[in-house]
Write a protein that binds this ligand. Structure first.
Ligand code: TXA
Ligand code: MG
Length: 373
């Protein structure tokens, strides 16, 4: 498909997220087969799909997102036999994981087969594959009859899209169609797991919690970057996406971490001092703490004891702060249990590792909220 810098408005096709009309999916599948680009919902975030076996289409995908060419997309499949075509080896551990977690928010890194185009894997010897758990995504892959390369459907560096509107805001005129299946359920991207090392290593925490992987595999390590509290040197990163700026709203982000009372006190102090300087301040709070703050815009991620909800709301709230035009977002840290690990990884990256450790002078009453991994 020929794309011009000023392409016409991208059509948005509404689909039922559970039972999509096959005719609508076929329109989108046709675009994929002809080398075009279609954004579609998955259970994690919206993806921007292209035929993974068509190098021109994948190149167009990088261009539409303004994504650096050294950061490969995840390849999406709708049946396990495709994995054996795309990967050179499928280790027994991967077979166990696919059985247990697919379809679902888990991406596995395999040695790649020769038939995968160079651009699809950004020149790597490995390929990242997942089977999404969303009726629209699965129907699109099936009707296209192709594995679909799909990074998150945002402009590079922006928060991942959890609704069709987010996709439209970033990519209108740059892609061929958007399938709108409503808001996504999980809200953060899939967990990326590397099985080429022993013990297996999480390269990106996401929708499948570390605890669930450990239940199946026993020992699973976190790549040091996942828990980094400051920038990690590029040579040490194995997942190419790690070194790129990610998830960032336009505003400056500060993450305040520690026990709850100390966090509250620190957020208040920071918000107060920024406002005195005339800066427009946003506070990203939680249900338990929101009432205590004063700022220009205050939003809650949900209850800090419901980390699934926090994950679901995160990217959409970061985008809302941009719409409100705040200059700085002061965000409370949450526990790193369950999906909290993915939330904290994204928040820290969004802040460019602008992390403030809040110390509490009094007794540590609310230790429950502080966790380490
Ligand atoms: O939930 C998700 O994973 C979403 C939906 C659309 O499926 N997709 C997504 O794709 O987040 P993307 O391209 O935004 O992120 C893919 C991540 C990047 O960090 C990339 O570096 C990493 O996976 N990745 C891709 N291929 C890899 C490989 N061969 N080895 C290690 N990491 C890889
Ligand atoms: Mg992405």
């Amino acid at each position: 498909m020929i794309r011009h810098p000023r392409m016409k408005q991208t059509p948005v096709l509404k689909v039922n997220p559970r039972k999509p009309k096959i005719e609508k999916v076929q329109v989108a599948a046709d675009i994929i087969r002809k080398g075009g680009l279609v954004a579609f919902p998955t259970e994690t975030v919206y993806g921007l799909g292209a035929d993974a076996l068509n190098p021109k289409a994948v190149l167009a995908l990088f261009e539409a997102k303004k994504r650096p060419l050294d950061n490969p997309p995840i390849v999406h499949v709708e049946n396990i036999s495709d994995v054996y075509r795309l990967a050179k080896q499928v280790p027994p551990k991967a077979e166990r994981l696919m059985k247990k977690f697919w379809p679902g928010p888990l991406t596995l890194v395999f040695k790649r087969s020769e038939r995968v185009p160079y651009v699809t894997v950004a020149g790597l010897e490995t390929i990242a594959i997942r089977m999404p758990q969303h009726a629209v995504a699965l129907a699109l892959i099936k009707e296209s009859n192709r594995p679909i390369a799909a990074p998150s459907a945002n402009l590079a560096g922006r928060p991942s899209p959890t609704s069709a509107k987010h996709v439209f805001d970033d990519l209108n005129g740059r892609i061929d169609a958007i399938l709108d299946g409503g808001p996504t359920r999980i809200g953060v991207e899939s967990t990326v797991l590397d099985l080429s090392v022993d013990p297996p290593q999480v390269l990106r925490p996401g929708g499948t919690p570390l605890e669930a992987l450990r239940k199946v595999l026993g020992d699973v390590k976190l790549h040091p970057f996942v828990v980094a509290e400051r920038e990690v040197p590029i040579e040490k990163t194995r997942s190419p996406g790690m070194k790129h700026k990610h998830y960032a709203p336009n505003a400056e982000v500060i993450v305040v971490e520690g026990a709850i009372p100390a966090v509250i006190a620190k957020v208040k102090e920071l918000a107060g001092s920024y406002r005195l300087k005339g800066v427009k301040v946003g506070v990203l709070a939680t249900d338990e703490t929101i009432a205590g703050y004063r700022a220009d815009v205050i939003k809650s991620l949900g209850s800090r004891f419901n980390l699934d909800a926090v994950a679901q709301n995160l990217f959409s709230l970061l985008r809302e702060f941009d719409v409100e035009g705040v200059d700085v977002i002061i965000a409370e840290g949450v526990s790193t249990e369950g999906l909290g690990l993915a939330v904290m990884n994204r928040l820290r990256k969004a802040s460019g590792y602008n992390i403030v450790k809040a110390e509490y002078a009094g007794k540590n009453l609310y230790r429950r909220d502080k966790c380490s991994v």
